[in-house]
Design a protein around this ligand. Structure first.
Ligand SMILES: *Cc1c(COP(=O)(O)O)cnc(C)c1O
Length: 359
């Protein structure tokens, strides 16, 4: 077996113990003589898996009964539409903060359904900064404020939770479970699974219960959070394998010691890599210090003409998926929960060696 160091932004690396466990029980799962993918989602065995996954997630994030936990489909991108459909009425305004490619996409989709007011936008600063909240323009009559706490592509992360009078809605796809989180500050949290939760195809939503049952007329049943909540996320056939694997990931996190422990591990990984970037004139990260992402670290080389050689050398050193997003170029290393310190150190060793050879 040769597992290589995987810095993919998503679908991302999964914890090895989780993959081993899934392999071990793939053919005969829970003693039923079939794989978890081959049993009814209504079977007692599978319902126990879904309930166990939810319970584990609730323990990890300390989610109270005031919140519904929903396992949805269509990725985070579907929630860009589900949010306005569930929370706003036609003609009502909503506030959105734009700090990068994902919140921009959420804005484009939001505009299809709602009268969106852009509360703040850092496009002019190339999305290298988070606009401080005192310059935001929010509206108390808006249905909610939407933002993206961690911009996966730009590597920009909010170092504060916004204080607003309207429900706070957060796309946490690339930051959820990377550290402790006070869920009570939010109206709705959603996250595509393929970064820190499990395989693609699953999207997690945590919805304060008083925000359920407000969907506008004509909302498709599959996008209506109330319908999902009423049916324990099984209005139709859910992505059973993804839910099973997410449950294993949650269990792995609990065994590790929970999110305080995970946060310490993640801090160490990030500071190791940022340390190498900042310690050289050869590598550069453009994001303002206080808003640097813990999970996604973009960096450029002093001369973009060296990018191809860097990526080729990295690949040869078993360092995968370091090419930056096509919209920003350069490199990006994603350091999600399943990426180990040893992988980050292998990357840093390669970077220092590359700089010695080409710097
Ligand atoms: C990956 C990502 C998305 C898109 O997720 P899909 O599941 O592909 O729709 C949205 N927002 C953020 C912040 C992401 O990182």
């Amino acid at each position: 077996m040769s597992r290589r160091h995987n810095f993919c932004a998503g679908p991302a690396a999964l914890p090895l113990p989780v993959l081993n466990r899934a392999r071990d029980e793939l053919l005969d799962w829970a003693g039923v003589g079939a794989s978890v993918m081959e049993v009814s989602h209504r079977s007692g065995e599978f319902v126990a898996v879904a309930e166990g996954a939810e319970a584990s997630l609730r323990r990890l994030l300390d989610i109270s009964d005031d919140y519904a936990v929903l396992f949805l489909q269509g990725g985070a991108s579907t929630q860009f539409a589900a949010v306005p459909l569930n929370l706003s009425q036609p003609g009502q305004t909503v506030d959105q903060v734009v700090t990068g490619q994902w919140s921009k996409k959420a804005l484009q989709e939001g505009r299809r359904f709602a009268d969106v007011r852009v509360a703040a936008n850092s496009a002019e600063q190339k999305f290298f900064v988070v606009p401080p909240q005192d310059v935001w323009q929010t509206h108390s009559e808006s249905a909610y404020l939407h933002y993206c706490p961690n911009e996966t592509i730009g590597g920009l992360e909010f170092c504060f939770v916004p204080e607003v009078s309207t429900p706070l809605v957060a796309d946490m796809s690339s930051t959820i479970l990377s550290r402790p989180l006070d869920v009570n500050r939010f109206g709705v949290i959603y996250a595509g699974a393929q970064k820190n939760i499990g395989p693609a195809g699953l999207c997690l939503a945590i919805v304060r219960r008083d925000l359920l049952g407000r969907s506008r007329e004509g909302t498709p049943a599959m996008l209506d959070w109330q319908v999902a909540a009423d049916n324990d996320s099984m209005y139709n056939t859910p992505p059973t394998f993804a839910i099973y694997l997410a449950g294993l990931v949650f269990e792995w996190l609990e065994k590790l010691g929970g999110l305080n422990e995970m946060a310490a591990i993640n801090q160490k990984k990030a500071s190791t890599l940022y340390g190498v970037i900042d310690g050289s004139d050869f590598y550069h990260n453009p994001v303002e210090r206080q808003s640097r992402s813990l999970m996604n670290v973009p960096f450029t080389l002093v001369d973009a003409a060296l990018d191809a050689a860097f990526l080729k050398g990295a690949e040869a050193a078993d360092l995968l998926n370091l090419k930056g997003h096509r919209s920003v170029g350069g490199m990006r290393a994603s350091l999600y929960n399943a990426v180990e310190q040893t992988s980050v150190e292998a990357l840093c060793d390669f970077m220092k060696d590359f700089e010695r050879r080409y710097g």
